[in-house]
Design a protein around this ligand. Structure first.
Ligand SMILES: [Zn+2]
Length: 441
């Protein structure tokens, strides 16, 4: 008697943890049960992936879906729809919403809401503040919580812990890896008077300079060593930090953003003006080269989009009144596939950075590799498909992308989450059925 599956993916080139193999994948009850399925096997649904690459479901570990907040800019339903259209099976969502996710009540609301409204699976960050330090040890063990997020430098919202005293207390509450926005707030405030409204947008990278980021990271590393508390430095943007962090691999992991691997000053500010303004800033060639070197030497653990929508009209304001932050959840996978096709990294390394990496850094349970017993999450990719990113494709209500007009080779053509197809050939399928991601406490 032949074996029967719920779903069978045949004929594709699968990116397995040990290499690429042309093989078939059998799925039952939302999980992978077999690789290399017998030719006589049957299934309720067969996906013919001939000519495609089958990747384990890709994760964006850094998004701001602004929910609760203003749904005319972004929300969990629209942001996660963008995610599945862009080939992502899970996103980890930041806590600097209105109100912020900093206590058990807000977290409980978001846990329930995400499971009704999300198109993909979600991890949730809880914000660390000066006042909720005693509760963080319990909050970080909440259902679906990927990490405590700490803003050591200012960005959107009012979450901030800028001084060493509170940072150390915070590191001593709980034990899981903490994710940091690392820019030295004192240096940012000190140098603010050097700039004025209406200065060129490129001044953003002068105000929030290399030293602001590097100083922030040096301070965090000193405290992390002292407290022995693991740290994930989000959006590392300087050559100096990427070099420095090599000596802190006992406690530190690092994220680089797709923007810092794709765009460069001064071109990005000349061309995009406010639509190139984000924190930490997009910098010059030296830092771009260092980011790619760190992708190749293994210093980078994860790649995120830092999807952070703002209204189109607000981005037209003069610097520094235009808010910092760019959309990116829907474009992350296509832009990275284009980098693969351009020979900047291998498809294996991309999967390491966008699936295995987030799983390892945040302690994801049951996702992060294509293997028996793991969730049947897949990103189906056509490496030869060409297309153009356009503002009109973006489903976030704010309706713009810093990659508008970019020609891309390599597109996600299918998104499957726990055995359910949620996107095929650019069409969203079914209804929102995202769940919270499980994390090892
Ligand atoms: Zn962010």
């Amino acid at each position: 008697m032949s074996t029967h599956y719920d779903l069978l993916i045949t004929g594709g080139t699968c990116v397995l943890p040990w290499g690429m193999e042309q093989t078939s994948v059998g799925v039952r009850n939302g999980r992978i049960v077999d690789l290399g399925v017998d030719a006589t096997a049957t299934a309720d649904e067969v996906v013919n992936a001939s000519g495609l690459h089958v990747l384990p479901g890709l994760i964006d570990p850094h998004v701001h879906l602004r929910d609760p907040g203003d749904a005319s800019i972004e929300s969990i339903p629209t942001g996660t729809k963008g995610a599945v259209l862009g080939g992502l099976t899970a996103v980890f969502d930041m806590p600097n919403t209105r109100p912020a996710i900093t206590d058990a009540t807000q977290l409980a609301w978001k846990q329930g809401y995400a499971e009704q409204a999300a198109w993909c699976d979600m991890g949730l960050y809880v914000g660390g503040t000066k006042t909720n330090i005693p509760e963080l040890a319990a909050l970080e063990l909440g259902r679906g919580v990927c990490a405590i997020k700490v803003f050591a430098g200012s960005s959107t919202g009012d979450l901030m812990v800028e001084d060493d005293e509170h940072l150390e207390l915070l590191m001593r509450s709980g034990r899981r890896r903490i994710a940091y926005h690392s820019e030295d707030e004192y240096r940012l405030q000190e140098r603010k008077h050097l700039f004025k409204v209406g200065d060129p947008y490129a001044r953003h990278a002068e105000w929030r300079d290399e030293e602001a980021a590097f100083l922030g990271t040096r301070r965090l590393m000193a405290l992390a060593r002292k407290t022995k508390r693991a740290a994930h430095i989000l959006h590392v943007s300087t050559a100096e930090e990427l070099d420095y962090l090599k000596d802190y691999r006992d406690i530190a992991t690092a994220e680089v953003l797709v923007n810092h691997l794709t765009q460069m000053a001064p071109d990005v500010y000349d061309r995009l003006k406010g639509f190139g303004v984000m924190n930490p800033p997009i910098r010059g060639q030296r830092h771009y080269d260092a980011a790619w070197a760190a992708v190749r030497n293994g210093m980078v653990d994860t790649i995120g989009s830092d999807h952070a929508p703002h209204p189109y009209a607000a981005k037209l304001k003069p610097w520094p009144e235009c808010p910092a932050g760019l959309t990116g959840v829907q474009t992350l996978v296509p832009v990275m596939l284009d980098h693969v096709n351009a020979g900047r990294l291998s498809l294996m390394r991309m999967v390491d950075l966008m699936c295995a990496g987030p799983a390892r850094v945040y302690g994801v349970v049951g996702k992060g590799r294509m293997a028996a017993g793991y969730d049947a999450d897949f990103t189906l990719v056509d490496m030869g498909k060409k297309g153009r990113i356009e503002n009109s494709w973006i489903v976030s209500p704010c309706g713009w992308t810093p990659f508008d007009g970019m020609q891309i080779t390599g597109w996600p053509v299918g998104t499957i989450i726990r055995g359910q197809a949620v996107m095929r050939d650019g069409e969203v399928l079914g209804s929102p059925s995202g769940r919270l991601v499980n994390f090892a406490g």
